[in-house]
Ligand binder design. Structure first.
Ligand SMILES: *Cc1c(COP(=O)(O)O)cnc(C)c1O
Length: 645
């Protein structure tokens, strides 16, 4: 017999997408482990309640830096195992692409663990490079510079090399070579190495397919590649050329495409080597996918391979081609970002209430013979609907509703009649939905009805700030309650955020076989807060999150998991109301002066007393430090009884 906990673990797919980091304890709370199979764990609900006592309320971004370290180890182990198994002669190193999550705490944790394996950094802009240059890296690790570069960017790269870092400037377009050669003429001390980014014919798969292929935005064409080699030779600088780079996109879902790209890239590498260039590093880019829905398929939010399979295919393919071409095996550089950082962060939000969307009976409906015929008929449908006739009765109800509105628009029925009719109509729908779900085969129209009838839970967060990829790309993130996981969820719901935007909703959820239209959740209890966690949001979401409605960054806490449970290492307050306004250039002084001026005028006009005026001004100014999200005090959840069958 399966227990309720085993059932909810399955409902939310925790084992499928959790990579061994997440589970449920006996209390029915979500827990986090610092590594797969680690006996230590932290209870997320306890952490959230602890933070609430310190005044840190939801939404809260919880960071578990140990999970970055665990992913680093997982990746490193996978590659070292393949290298041993296939007797590959080169090494493997990572450079973490800063753009995936530039937060200092994330990058520092990555370097703390990664330095043991000479893992370095990748920067794609001047600001990222500026930040990276100050961080301690191991002596042999690389600092790879990608992206379009002006002369200043390249100068900064030269400065990094002079300061002792192993910098590789990857040429994305020919003009960058001109800058490099000019600066190199007068540069003294360590010089950076040069890499070339190639445009592969092979494409990736999934949402970022167009990052690869001939029409890609980045990379040198074959003629440009030859041009770079020739010009470096002419300038006597061919020794600078050490790396070949490609990147065919993020979240690569299909291992076959990856293998094809590796084959092509290894071939280009071998040919360049044979042109007497001292090339030794093959940078295979990022793109290792995270299995967000846990389905292990080539679906956009998944991946049909494990880290070990990925490593095996990369190592084996490159070895084959290099042996065939008789060139030494290169050191493989990998720019995985999403894979390393996605797991470490979760966004905790609290459900504020259930939003009513369908008409509901506030007082029980009484039908009498004076009611219009259409209301009486809807009442009859409600009384006599059964599992045998529900489809027919549902269609009848749809017709009656049309008639109801027609009669109303003609002025033939009253507002009260209309209200009665609407309530009866939705009652029929709810009953039809119940019968549909009981039958073996659920007709399609009832799938849509379910979505219409399902509850809408108002969650205290902004989709645009905290899971922008859900809004922009339909990317799925697993969502789990952090409590009550020892109870079977009885409601079906979609989520609405607190922005004034109808796009601020979450109505697609992870599922093993499909995409769920509604999420199983628990009935809200007016006396207990109900928290949800948006999982695996550590990659891209923070950097891409925007300021829609000026909500700004949520509260943040860094958690260390140890034998005793957890340690809250750091708390960072979210954006305040004043800071959020400031982002749109409303400086504090300007706002406070502006408000005070208006109040002063009201006092002069005799509309406010001095005391009232100064109280008003004080209140306004004190709001500068308020949290931008919904403040909750005491009993914040308003539950409503619905779907009572
Ligand atoms: C974005 C990017 C990456 C990171 O890709 P992931 O899918 O996060 O691993 C690596 N290399 C380059 C050049 C990129 O632009």
């Amino acid at each position: 017999m399966t227990t309720a906990i085993e059932q909810t673990v399955e409902t939310y797919g925790i084992e499928n997408w959790g990579a061994g980091y997440f589970d449920v304890n006996r209390k029915g709370n979500l827990i986090v482990r610092p590594a797969e199979g680690d006996p230590r764990s932290a209870d997320v609900k306890e952490i959230v309640e602890d933070l609430a006592r310190r005044g840190i309320t939801a939404p809260i971004l919880l960071r578990f830096p140990q999970l970055v370290a665990a992913q680093v180890r997982k990746l490193q182990r996978a590659f070292s195992k393949s290298i041993r198994e296939f007797e590959y002669q080169g090494a493997h190193m990572c450079v973490y692409p800063m753009k995936v999550n530039q937060q200092r705490s994330v990058v520092e944790e990555y370097l703390r663990e990664g330095s043991r394996y000479d893992f370095g950094l990748e920067a794609g802009s001047k600001a990222e490079l500026y930040a990276a240059m100050a961080l301690e890296q191991s002596a042999d690790s690389l600092l790879v510079l990608n992206g379009f570069k002006d002369e200043e960017f390249i100068q900064l790269g030269f400065a990094g090399a002079k300061s002792g870092k192993r910098v590789v400037i990857v040429i994305e377009k020919l003009s960058e070579l001109d800058h490099i050669l000019r600066i190199a003429e007068t540069h003294e001390g360590n010089s950076p190495m040069i890499g070339m980014r190639v445009k592969l014919y092979s494409k990736g798969s999934g949402r970022w397919e167009k990052s690869g292929g001939e029409a890609a935005k980045f990379g040198l064409t074959t003629t440009e590649l030859l041009e770079v080699i020739n010009r470096l030779k002419e300038a006597g600088q061919i020794d600078m050329l050490r790396l070949l780079h490609f990147h065919i996109g993020s979240q690569l879902t299909d291992i076959k495409r990856i293998k094809n790209a590796m084959k092509e890239a290894a071939r280009v590498y071998a040919k360049v080597y044979q042109m007497k260039a001292p090339i030794e590093l093959l940078d295979v880019g990022g793109g290792m996918a995270v299995d967000y829905d846990g389905s292990k398929t080539a679906f956009d939010s998944s991946a049909n391979y494990s880290a070990q399979e990925f490593a095996n295919d990369v190592i084996y393919t490159i070895k084959q081609v290099c042996d065939d071409e008789n060139v030494p095996h290169p050191t493989i550089i990998q720019e995985s970002g999403r894979f390393l950082s996605a797991y470490h962060a979760m966004l905790i939000t609290n459900i504020l209430e259930e939003i009513e969307t369908v008409v509901e009976d506030i007082t029980p409906i009484e039908i009498d013979e004076d009611d219009p015929q259409v209301v009486i008929e809807l009442g009859d449908l409600r009384e006599t609907i059964t599992i045998k006739n529900y489809r027919e009765y549902y269609h009848d109800a749809l017709e009656h509703r049309e008639e109801l509105f027609t009669l109303f628009n003609l002025g033939l029925i009253s507002l009260e009649d209309r209200a009665k009719g609407e309530v009866l109509f939705w009652d029929v729908c709810e009953r039809a939905d119940r019968y549909a779900q009981q039958s073996k085969y659920v007709p399609e129209e009832f799938g849509d009805l379910r979505k219409l009838l399902c509850a809408k839970y108002l969650a205290n967060f902004s989709v645009f700030r905290s899971v922008p990829d859900h809004w922009a790309l339909d990317q799925l993130f697993p969502i789990v309650p952090i409590q009550s996981l020892n109870k079977t969820p009885t409601e079906f719901a979609t989520l609405c955020d607190i922005t004034c935007d109808s796009d601020g909703v979450v109505d697609k959820f992870v599922d093993l076989h499909d995409v769920k239209q509604v999420l199983e959740l628990h009935k809200l209890d007016p006396d207990e807060p109900y928290y949800l966690a948006f999982m695996l949001v550590g990659a891209y979401q923070e950097a891409m999150g925007n300021n829609h409605n000026l909500f700004g960054a949520p509260n943040e806490a860094h958690i260390h998991i140890d034998e005793e449970g957890y340690l809250i290492k750091k708390v960072i307050r979210g954006t305040t109301v004043g800071e959020a306004a400031g982002r749109a250039r409303y400086e504090r002084g300007l706002l406070h002066d502006g408000f005070r001026r208006q109040v002063t005028q009201r006092i002069k006009d005799g509309e406010l007393s001095e005391a009232e005026g100064s109280e008003l001004v004080n209140f306004y100014e004190s709001r500068y430090d308020a949290y931008t999200y919904i403040a909750v005090n005491g009993n914040q959840v308003k539950g409503r009884r619905r779907h009572d069958y």
